[in-house]
Write a protein that binds this ligand. Structure first.
Ligand SMILES: Nc1ncnc2c1ncn2[C@@H]1O[C@H](COP(=O)(O)OP(=O)(O)OP(=O)(O)O)[C@@H](O)[C@H]1O
Ligand SMILES: [Mg+2]
Length: 265
């Protein structure tokens, strides 16, 4: 375990007077699974947006492998090895699964993802590079059991499968830290069960560290090493899953959230 792997220190961001994230700090050990929970509007996605560079925090520091990355542009952060999925799927719906995953590899491409296939010259650098990328993408397709969706347009796939393609696209970047924003939302229980195994596999077999936002408390309990609960942008509890999920303040924060009360208790 390496406690210098990733940390957020006193992160804060305000939107027109609303403190969406208010002095949030946490540390993630390398190769662990860390979850952020909290009611709707608590500030979870905003934390992801600060980490991935979409928002520039008002204050606080984000440190990745000993280096401060606060306020860097999204592509710089991606190149450093941090990939994410979005709460609302962001894929190219008129492209196939394979094509979407190939685009996920763009930061590793020196000659451009498409140059190898469009002007194919046998043995050229671009052609060799393209073959390596395709092999990597095929590995991810196998890992996530996406063979049947491989050549289908993403727009025609069931929602749960689209969520998996998005996970695959993020993995194609070969991240060291993977941010997953509600990966199981809209999945049925079987898909959610599969997702639990895949996320564990990604952590254990690929050695990827995972930062997860998730409303499904069973999933959180099954896979998290540590959990941080937030409400109104503020941390209200941190620890192992059972500890946080039974914390009176955390339970109180969920009161009034029908879906989540059942999930927590
Ligand atoms: N770009 C923005 N401009 C203004 N307000 C924003 C912006 N982004 C987020 N917010 C506000 O910040 C608060 C936190 O939003 P956020 O999306 O982080 O919540 P969340 O915990 O991810 O909720 P959910 O579980 O519903 O996804 C909300 O009140 C939201 O309306
Ligand atoms: Mg959110």
């Amino acid at each position: 375990m390496d406690s210098d792997f990733f940390s957020v220190d006193n992160l804060a961001i305000t939107f027109g007077g609303l403190r969406a994230v208010d002095r949030v700090s946490f540390t993630i050990n390398r190769r662990s699974i860390f979850s952020i929970i909290g009611p709707n509007g608590a500030g979870k996605t905003t934390i992801f947006n600060c980490i991935s560079g979409l928002y520039k925090p008002d204050s606080g520091k984000i440190i990745f492998k000993g280096e401060e990355i606060t306020g860097l542009k999204p592509h710089r952060i991606a190149m450093k090895g941090i990939a994410r999925t979005f709460q609302n799927i962001e894929l190219f719906l008129r492209m196939t699964t394979m094509e979407n995953l190939m685009l996920g590899r763009h930061i590793h491409t020196k000659t451009g993802v498409w140059s190898g296939s469009t002007f194919f010259r046998r043995g050229s650098k671009a052609a060799r590079e393209e073959i390596t990328h395709r092999e990597q993408v095929e590995r991810i397709i196998d890992l996530l059991d996406l063979q049947s969706a491989r050549d289908q347009f993403v727009g025609g796939l069931p929602y749960g499968t689209q969520k998996l393609v998005e996970l695959g696209r993020a993995l194609a970047l070969e991240p060291e830290l993977l941010l997953l924003d509600e990966p199981s939302a809209g999945m049925n229980s079987e898909e959610r069960q599969d997702l639990t195994f895949w996320v564990k596999d990604i952590q254990e077999e690929l050695g990827v560290t995972i930062l997860l936002i998730e409303h499904n408390m069973q999933l959180v309990r099954d896979i998290s090493d540590r959990v941080l609960a937030i409400n109104f942008g503020r941390p209200i509890g941190e620890g192992i899953p059972e500890e946080v999920q039974n914390d009176p303040e955390v339970l109180k924060a969920y009161l009034g959230e029908e879906e989540s009360i059942d999930a927590v208790s």
